[in-house]
Design a protein around this ligand. Structure first.
Ligand code: GTP
Ligand code: MG
Length: 214
């Protein structure tokens, strides 16, 4: 099947800085695609073709490199996502209030039908926090209907990472009703991307000039 016949699926990986977003995506792509080309310093995405429940999908996996969740670029990134993977660092103390804050922020940015997956990262460093996150998850699900899955991963358990993406893709596929073709969708996305990036960097350089002159 050609790529233009495949159904589009947009997955965005978000979470605090250094939570393990890029490592997660890299590891999955290495395992399944045998390639590594995500850049380290800017927003980036990879497009892969996968089969989910007998259908071909063209999946864009976005990585918000080094960005805090409240960053305006994240708002732009998640607004048309099918599934958002919110990463929580299991090696650090788990604060439910901060997960509520992140979920509230994401819900305000995303479309109504967007689904959410909580991903506990670095499980190898503190397995006790997995149980704590499990308990919090039940509480969180009562508030957020679209929070569907809790998955825990570690770079030392590659299968956990593969499974996490597989389950995320299946979740995205279960709500796929899009009639936009893959090419339209990504061309629109890329154009919009460029103009937002331009606006963003213009604003930053104006602010810098202002700082320099005062
Ligand atoms: N022990 C352990 N370390 C991990 C794991 N996943 C990521 N790390 C480490 O955590 C650090 C941060 O990982 P990144 O993937 O760069 O995190 P990030 O969320 O992409 O960071 P930013 O893009 O800066 O926001 C790196 O040193 C990784 O090697 C894991 O499963 N176990
Ligand atoms: Mg990163």
């Amino acid at each position: 099947m050609s790529i233009s016949d495949a159904r589009p699926l947009k997955i965005v990986v978000v979470g605090d800085s250094k939570v393990g977003k890029t490592t997660l995506i890299h590891n999955y792509l290495e395992q399944t695609q045998g390639r590594l080309s995500i850049q380290k310093q800017q927003l980036d995405y990879q497009i892969i073709q996968v089969q989910i429940q007998q259908n071909e999908y063209c999946v864009a996996i976005w990585d918000a490199v080094g960005l805090e969740l409240q960053n305006q670029m994240n708002r732009f990134l998640v607004k048309d996502a099918h599934v958002v993977m919110l990463c929580i660092d299991l090696s650090k103390q788990i604060l439910i209030q901060s997960i509520y804050t992140m979920m509230d922020t994401l819900i305000s940015y995303c479309q109504e039908q967007c689904q959410f997956v909580l991903v506990g990262t670095k499980q190898d460093l503190n397995s006790q926090n997995t149980q704590i996150l499990n308990q919090f998850f039940l509480e969180l699900q009562q508030k957020y209907q679209n929070l569907k899955l809790l998955l825990t991963v570690s770079i030392y358990n590659e299968d956990s990472i593969k499974q996490a993406f597989q389950k995320t893709f299946e979740l995205g596929a279960s709500l796929d009703k899009s009639s936009i073709t893959i090419l339209q969708s990504f061309i629109l996305q890329r154009n919009e991307n460029n103009s937002v990036l331009k606006k963003y960097s213009n604003r930053e350089s104006k602010a810098q000039k202002h700082d320099n002159c005062c």
